[in-house]
Design a binder for this molecule. Structure first.
Ligand code: ADP
Ligand code: AMP
Length: 220
């Protein structure tokens, strides 16, 4: 099953993708995480990514398409994936449709998580991420046991450089201009469901699961 978790920055895509991978037994693919990994290795590609990411701008499609395709072709994604932060432009969505078709697959569900701009900013400025395992925290809503260490692996918690109010506003503009039109593309295929992203993590997860058809097997 191939699912897109869709929404603006801070909607909760990464948080919910991690929860769903456990119950659905398919991996999360986050192009943002992949780009940050490349950047922290200091590769030439990573430097190119950083130029755009630090300003809150989308990385050009030409740099993203191959990176994503390589990841989707990994063996762990042979039964599907939960896409978090991809596709982000209509061109990426069309390339994804073509790639999945070649693999005999298609996007089964697009779950659009809705939150207000004020909520996005509030969430993103207090987001902390584990350098080791990628676990996502919020200092107020989903706090780690200690402000510096991950409760899951003990790794160091860091604040993303692009998680400032100013950069989030730019990221939201990019979302409105380039990413939101993707919804129309998938609405014509009848696979889009909208969920309210506000509320406890468990409740949002329940809403997302209910909107995925057929429902994923529950791990509980
Ligand atoms: P995205 O991947 O869409 O950018 P994240 O999953 O990283 O968003 O979540 C952004 C921030 O909001 C994180 O700090 C996370 O802990 C927090 N968060 C996620 N879901 C909720 C929720 N339902 N209520 C409150 N905070 C949340
Ligand atoms: P995210 O981790 O999803 O919040 O993404 C962080 C940043 O990485 C974005 O603001 C973009 O600069 C870049 N990025 C991540 N995924 C994509 C994508 N699919 N297309 C273009 N840029 C991306």
């Amino acid at each position: 099953m191939d699912i897109i978790l869709f929404g603006p920055p801070g909607a909760g895509k990464g948080t919910q993708a991690k929860r769903l991978t456990e119950s659905m037994k398919i991996p999360q693919i986050s192009t943002g995480d992949m780009m940050r990994a490349e950047r922290s290795q200091g590769t030439e590609l990573g430097k190119k990514f950083d130029h755009y990411m630090s300003q809150g701008l989308l990385v050009p499609d030409a740099l993203v398409l191959e990176l994503f395709e390589k990841r989707l072709r990994q063996p762990d994604a042979r039964n599907g994936a939960i896409l978090d932060g991809y596709p982000r432009t209509v061109a990426q969505a069309k390339a994804l449709d073509t790639l999945l078709e070649l693999m005999g697959r298609r996007i089964d569900s697009v779950v659009s998580i809705e939150v207000s701009l004020a909520e996005m900013i509030d969430r993103v400025v207090l987001r902390r991420t584990c350098e080791g395992c990628g676990q996502i925290y919020h200092l107020r809503y989903n706090p780690p046991p200690s402000p510096d260490a991950c409760g899951k692996c003990g790794g160091k918690l860091v604040q993303r450089a692009d998680d400032t109010e100013e950069v989030v506003r730019t990221r939201y503009q990019e979302y409105l201009e380039k990413t939101a039109p993707i919804l129309e593309h998938y609405k014509t295929k009848g696979v889009v469901k909208t969920v309210d992203g506000l509320g406890p993590l468990e409740e949002v997860e329940t809403r997302i699961k209910a909107s995925i058809v057929p429902p994923p097997p529950d791990s509980n």
